[in-house]
Ligand binder design. Structure first.
Ligand code: AKB
Length: 316
């Protein structure tokens, strides 16, 4: 049976890389993009305007296209969520609840994006286990933790096939991230290429789990395509690739740009970064559905500089 796929948040950081892969797999006409704001001009694909908070719009869209799979990515991130906690709760929780309700009524398979933000300062920060203390202190983290519980509830109560990973900070060149705490690990590349300098909003010794976008997209497709029996965790899987400090990233960029300089001026996002793990134990994703990462710090830095240089030169 051919799949009809709905993607929410299709023009965000993950969606921008995931949508072309889904279009390659299923055909452009079978991937429906639910756009709320910022719909890029000349985008080649099926776009519908709508908001995940509007249950009836969502329901009619899902029925109109006979959707069989949903990638639910629409979400406010950690830093934006702290600026507007009410909106973060509304979009992140009510959006997810609407998706889960309509998916369970129509037997639709769902992928939902969780995050390392479910962890908090009482969580062990090194090699953070799958099952551990979960006391997030951001509204974003609260919504991701409640969302994980909701996903598991729908699986247990309604047999909904919902799958999820806890993404670490994602590094990519196609779309800029917006409103996250891990954004510095992307912004630094723009600073390097455009100005040969960067002012970093976290301390140089800040270590966070990160992942190059190609690995994240591969993980997303792998978990969705794995046989049902292999998905043993229905809250969300720990997922890891690389961890490095802001200073280590600076040094890696300097290997290719010797004059590059970074100043460190931590702001309110430091507190969020300090509440998250440094490294993650993702052994269950590795053993249950065969997850392996491919990009280390060196490979990721090289490719980011090359691709971003190309992109920024083409824009001039
Ligand atoms: C953020 O920084 O808010 C996100 C995340 C780790 O979920 N990138």
């Amino acid at each position: 049976m051919s799949e009809k796929v709905l993607v929410t948040g299709p023009f965000g950081q993950i969606g921008t890389d995931l949508v072309p892969e889904l279009q390659k797999r299923h055909g452009k006409e079978n991937v429906i993009l639910l756009g709320h704001r910022h719909i890029p001009e000349n985008f080649d694909g099926v776009i519908e305007r709508g908001d995940v908070r509007n249950r009836e719009d969502l329901r009619s869209l899902i029925e109109k296209y006979n959707i069989t799979q949903i990638f639910h990515l629409a979400s406010l991130l950690s830093a934006t969520g702290e600026k507007n906690p009410q909106l973060a709760w509304d979009v992140n929780m009510n959006g997810l609840k609407n998706i889960l309700d309509i998916a369970s009524e129509n037997d639709i398979k769902v992928f939902w994006a969780s995050s390392i933000a479910v962890f908090g300062s009482t969580t062990p920060r090194d090699n953070t286990p799958q099952r551990t203390i979960l006391e997030p202190t951001t509204m974003y983290g609260v919504t991701k933790l409640a969302g994980e519980m909701l996903c598991q509830y729908y699986f247990l109560k309604y047999c909904l096939d919902v799958r999820s990973v806890r993404y670490p900070g994602l590094i990519s060149y196609k779309a800029e991230p917006g409103g996250g705490t891990t954004d510095y690990a992307v912004d630094i590349f723009y600073g390097a290429i455009m100005e040969n300098k960067y002012t970093c909003f976290v301390r140089e010794d800040t270590v966070l789990p990160m992942m190059y976008m190609d690995d994240a997209i591969r993980a997303t497709l792998m978990i969705m395509e794995a046989e049902k029996e292999k998905i043993k965790i229905r809250t969300s899987y720990n997922l890891a690739a690389i961890s490095f400090s802001a200073k280590e990233l600076e040094e890696e960029i300097k290997k290719q740009m010797v004059d590059f300089s970074v100043e460190y001026e931590p702001d309110e996002r430091q507190k969020i970064a300090d509440s998250w793990p440094r490294t993650i134990d993702d052994s269950e994703a590795r053993s249950d559905w065969g997850w392996r990462h491919e990009f280390d710090l060196g490979k990721m830095t090289k490719i980011m500089l090359e691709k971003l240089r190309g992109k920024l030169t083409a824009k001039k």
